[in-house]
Unconditional design. Structure first.
Length: 180
């Protein structure tokens, strides 16, 4: 997988009036600075990682969605519970043929972050970290993440395998974090 091609494929699901990214570049996992290293370079659900880092439960807000047969895609933000403080932006493409109808319905309800749904339903899953990207915010992402245009943050591309099958492709980008 070419990480920039995969990012382009996911972003193309939701065309924007203003560019989300001014630039995106692949970064070796060992070269990711803290606190992004701890936030992104792992094979765990970002829902849990965000909650631990921000010391707060997170809520999902769906900005846009598409559905074609068994494939459901959405553009989301995670916010600290009870606030408008965005902690993560992302694209998710989910092939529902690898999960139960109950999981499908809970994800489509758009009330609970994806990672939490999979955990709550005890879906056998494995997260394959594909690539880390250094992201320079374009005007679209700057608005979404409440950051300056041209500001830098980091994100990751990953695939979630559900019951041994590649069910979810995702791009998750953290709101800017304070350097330790």
């Amino acid at each position: 997988m070419n990480p920039l091609d995969e990012l382009s494929r996911l972003a193309a699901l939701f065309p924007e009036e203003e560019p989300l990214f001014a630039d995106a570049e692949y970064v070796a996992k060992s070269q990711v600075p803290e606190p992004y290293q701890g936030m992104l370079v792992h094979e765990h659900h970002m829902t849990i990682t965000m909650e631990e880092y921000h010391d707060s439960p997170v809520e999902v807000r769906v900005l846009d969605r598409r559905s074609e047969g068994d494939v459901y895609s959405r553009k989301i933000v995670l916010v600290k519970a009870g606030t408008d403080d965005v902690v993560q932006f992302g694209f998710v493409r989910f092939d529902f043929q690898y999960v139960t109808e109950a999981v499908r319905q809970e994800i489509i309800s758009e009330e609970i972050p994806l990672g939490r749904v999979l955990i709550n339903h005890n879906v056998l899953r494995h997260i394959d970290l594909g690539a880390i990207l250094k992201i320079t915010a374009g005007p679209g992402l700057a608005k979404i993440l409440q950051m300056k245009e041209g500001g830098v943050t980091y994100g990751r591309l990953a695939t979630i395998f559900c019951n041994g099958r590649p069910a979810v492709d995702l791009f998750e980008v953290s709101a800017p974090l304070e350097h330790a």
